[in-house]
Design a protein around this ligand. Sequence first.
Ligand code: ADP
Length: 456
Amino acid sequence: MLIRLLSFALFQGVGALLAATFMHVFAPSHGGVVVSSLVGALGATYFWLLWDLSRGLRVMRWLRSEETREVAVESGLWGEFSNRIRRVLRNNERAVQQRDERLQEFLAAMQASPNGVVLLDREFRIEWLNESAELHFGLDARRDLQQHFANLVRDPSFAAYFSAKDFEKDVLMPGRASTASLPVRLSVHVHPYGDGRSLLLSRDVTAVEQAEAMRRDFVANVSHEIRTPLTVLGGFVETLQTLSLNDAERARYLDLMAQQASRMQSLVSDLLTLSRLEGSPLPSAHEWVDVSFLVDQCRQEAGELSRVLWGQTHSLCFEIQSGLSLAGSAVELHSAFFNLIGNAVRYTPAGKSIRVVARAMDDGGALFAVHDQGMGIAQEHIPRLTERFYRVDRSRSRDTGGTGLGLAIVKHVVQRHGAELSIASVPGEGSNFQILFPPHRVQFLPEPAPAEAIAA
Ligand code: ADP
């Protein structure tokens, strides 16, 4: 400011001095010199004001332009003024940029959400929505902005929820991609916030609903399976209590009661096996189980089962390659192998043959297979055989102590060992159940050939 005043005074002084000197040289008189110095000072004042105004106008033009990086005037009051404005503008720009970056990060986080997010204005028009919401409701983030949400999503249950304006709870509705064979269920919840705006969240609950339906079915099945032998047991107990029976009759009833009790025992034992399989960590990939030893155990149990069920044994043929080991749980593998062998025994009439094969494959994997010449299974049942409590021949299954959980256990064990189960069957001819183990779970150390063979 001081410089500005000094420059103004200097301009006036120089103007007055120049005018006085001019007067003194060309028309020297005392009065003329005084008047001319006043006129000179006035002229210099106008000149200074014009010069100052032009600097001010340059600053104004600079402010109006978009480009404010280079200041229009470097020095003086206008220079200082420009510099300060430029600093304020730069700070503002930086703040806006930071806010913009934060907003973009925030939107990216909402975009990454597996749930649908829709921001609605006071009139429930779409302000923003993420990709999941586009997918859930079949919307387009560019095309549908500013559209009324209820005009685009016309499901009756959602329309009722939306018009009731009771947003305490969520509403369930089918997703846009839902079809009869592949249903998609959405949970949609509107959360009012701020000044009349709303946040709409959608969540795909198809898997949760399916799990809930499966849980309900499972509980109903288990109850049914347990209720049947319990009812039979109750009937026998009543008979024993009310009728006077001779020893032979009593023994027969007790025998039938023992059968029902053992049926319940098998069911509980299979249920426990399944729950253990679901709840325990994956089987080790470093504990090696000798397949010959495992199948030998199954061979004895199969012979016993065959005698108990059919009164005579089947022709059981075991082709087990020695030196074959599998990485995993011995208990689980035994359970899977015996379930398949046991099924073959139970569903194959006595006298027919059952063949069990375990061998290494060329690709480094291993095969375990059970072939039988039993009743076979019609093609339409095969995809459902591993479902819990799914039975083709209900009475045969019950009569032979089946629980309907055997193949579900096999499927679990197979999956846990990274293996694959395949089933082929021809009704009336027999069935073939195969498990293919991946190479990383297989160790094959062929036994050395006998000394004479090497000599030969
Ligand atoms: P279950 O305890 O009833 O045998 P599984 O889960 O082991 O239950 O088998 C499911 C159904 O598959 C059985 O009820 C039976 O109808 C059919 N099944 C399984 N293995 C065989 C087989 N080797 N031959 C014919 N049918 C079979």
